[in-house]
Design a protein around this ligand. Structure first.
Ligand SMILES: Nc1ncnc2c1ncn2[C@@H]1O[C@H](COP(=O)(O)OP(=O)(O)OP(=O)(O)O)[C@@H](O)[C@H]1O
Ligand SMILES: [Mg+2]
Length: 563
């Protein structure tokens, strides 16, 4: 299955990260270089962002180079790097794609006849008179490659953008997608060498990206340790719920009676544009011929059957491939048993152990390995499968197909539909609840276990009572009490939180010495102004955003809030 990045008209949302990238470009021109790293789960849309950015830099003084480092050898990497530099340079001089193609064909002959090498030679010929020093440096790279001196060629290619800058006064932005693959090139200390170069090259901005989150962070923090802090890391996750909703509405005409279904798609896919695209494509075809609400639910079940359950369903194949790709054949069975147990809702070592029915001394190691592969996330003693739809598929499809004792295709299919129908109904009931009640339920679920708050693990007590009261139209106070101690939380809805919201929490004093306020928390559902956030930090008030709330709702086996 070929899944390609989208750009141009198909590209949706992502304004915030594109804006940050543009700001860094402006800073680069002003003489301040900030390298960036994009990380996030598979198919979250990293390459699409990079491609879209590449096409929209729109400044002839900045030369962006994009290299997708997947499935290539070092020679090809060098060729693509150099060709991208020459091609983008020519484009920055005002040539259109048509003109460039015509020039290339004049030099190298018709496209059907030339190969990669002759295309590159043609580019070099066109540029030779304009940027001779850069082209000489490229020839040096080619010479070293020919002599099989790959390490020297690597250093030479890293020099290239500096030579180009001296010659043209243009800055380069080097975008390396799936950057972790640098380690496949059989170079001596590839990351350390990279680190050494980029530290001194203040005129070249690097944007690296990888879907292997843990590995990328490890590379940035350990292998490029000299530069820790020099890369600004941006995590790309699914669309937030509002963007996801407009992404869906753009693709379905008659969507007025589909709110529940849309929200169900959004929470199950965690806003992943790829999953949403697959669901909606199938759903919009089916819903065209349907009027009534009840039939819309039938459509939903049919879509899930087609894409998640059928053996040739896009997502069924995708998840099956992932299982095979990530897990070595020899050990696959044992790891899958752990994943399945997690998907069934067992989220502590103890409960997984119990579910597996035999003592597995390697369980801790397996959970760690699954985390290193970014398949699991942990918080305190809890584990969950990072990708919620993958969890859903393991639970409702994989388990049923692989582990059910009844070997009847029709019965399994009916069972599948019945189960997802129940899940949808459960969601509908839960989503009717008021947000404050959902958050109160979360407070009731805390059980003395540790929860990750601001990079630290913090114990949250089991409260004896949890109560809420409305302070104003937009603010609800939630109190969690245990004996004479209280945790007080203000939930701000409908509007961004500002300094007055933080001030209100600051002013709370221990009432009549009857109880002591142990902790103050602000939950700004619509975001928080920067100053207010800093003030809260200074006052030791915890700020829990919607991502935090949703993550913890998941850890406690509850549906997330779709705003
Ligand atoms: N901004 C977007 N607008 C519309 N669709 C998107 C967007 N981002 C991603 N998609 C959808 O998700 C798919 C995967 O996107 P993309 O290849 O950019 O993800 P990725 O994070 O680079 O994936 P990988 O982990 O495989 O590198 C696209 O084919 C498209 O269907
Ligand atoms: Mg990609």
């Amino acid at each position: 299955m070929l899944i390609e990045p989208v750009f141009g008209k198909k590209f949706f949302g992502r304004e915030e990260v594109l804006c940050t990238l543009q700001k860094r470009v402006a800073a680069l021109k002003g003489g301040y270089r900030q390298n960036m790293a994009l990380t996030g789960p598979m198919l979250a849309g990293k390459s699409s962002i990079l491609r879209h950015f590449l096409d929209n830099v729109g400044d002839s003084e900045i030369i962006p180079l994009y290299i997708e480092m997947d499935g290539m050898d070092f020679r090809l990497f060098c060729m693509q790097f150099m060709a991208a530099l020459l091609f983008r340079y020519l484009k920055s001089n005002g040539r259109t794609a048509h003109e460039l193609l015509a020039e290339l064909q004049k030099e190298a002959g018709p496209a059907s006849k030339y190969d990669r090498e002759s295309e590159f030679e043609a580019l070099k010929k066109i540029c030779g008179g304009m940027i001779p020093k850069t082209v000489n440096c490229m020839d040096a790279v080619l010479g070293l490659l020919k002599q099989r001196r790959t390490n020297a060629a690597y250093e030479k290619i890293l020099e290239l953008t500096s030579v180009f800058k001296t010659e043209t006064d243009k800055n380069c932005i080097v975008i390396l997608d799936e950057f972790h693959n640098l380690s496949n090139f059989k170079l001596r200390k590839p990351f350390q060498t990279f680190g050494k170069f980029i530290m001194v090259q203040k005129n070249t901005m690097y944007v690296v990206s990888s879907s292997q989150k843990t590995l990328l962070k490890e590379i940035l923090s350990r292998k490029l340790s000299l530069l820790f802090g020099n890369f600004e890391i941006i995590e790309i996750n699914g669309f937030d719920s509002r963007t996801a909703r407009s992404f869906i509405s753009d693709k379905i005409d008659r969507s007025e009676f589909l709110n529940d279904i849309k929200n169900y798609f959004i929470q199950i896919s965690q806003g992943s544009p790829f999953y949403l695209e697959v669901f909606i494509k199938e759903f919009s075809d089916l819903i065209l011929n349907v009027d009534a609400k009840e039939n819309a639910v039938e459509c939903l079940l049919e879509v899930f059957s087609r894409v998640l359950y059928d053996s040739n369903g896009v997502l069924n194949q995708y998840f099956m491939n992932n299982l095979n790709f990530f897990l070595e054949k020899k050990k696959r069975k044992n790891f899958i048993a752990v994943l399945v147990s997690l998907a069934k809702g067992n989220c502590t070592i103890k409960s997984i152990q119990k579910d597996l029915k035999k003592k597995d001394c390697d369980l801790g190691m397996k959970l760690q390995k699954l985390q290193d592969m970014d398949l699991l996330e942990t918080s305190g003693g809890f584990y969950i499968i990072s990708d919620k739809l993958f969890e859903y598929w393991l639970k409702y499809v994989y388990c049923l197909k692989e582990q059910s004792v009844i070997d009847d295709v029709d019965i399994k299919y009916l069972e599948f539909k019945k189960n997802i129908g129940h899940d949808y109904e459960r969601y509908r009931v839960e989503s009717r609840k008021d947000v404050k009640d959902i958050i109160c339920d979360l407070f009731r679920a805390f059980d003395n276990s540790k929860v990750q708050v601001n990079m630290n693990l913090r114990k949250i007590p089991r409260f004896d009572v949890v109560e809420s009261r409305s302070l104003s139209k937009n603010i609800v106070e939630i109190e969690g009490g245990l004996s004479t101690k209280k945790w007080i939380c203000h939930l701000k809805q409908n509007d961004m939180a500002d300094e007055s919201d933080v001030g209100r929490l600051c002013d709370l004093k221990d009432r009549d010495k009857e109880f002591k306020i142990m902790r103050k928390i602000l939950i700004p559902l619509e975001g928080i102004e920067q100053n207010a956030f800093l003030l809260a930090k200074e006052q030791n008030i915890w700020v829990w955003d919607i991502e935090f709330i949703n993550r913890n709702l998941r850890f406690f086996g509850k549906f997330e809030i779709v705003l």
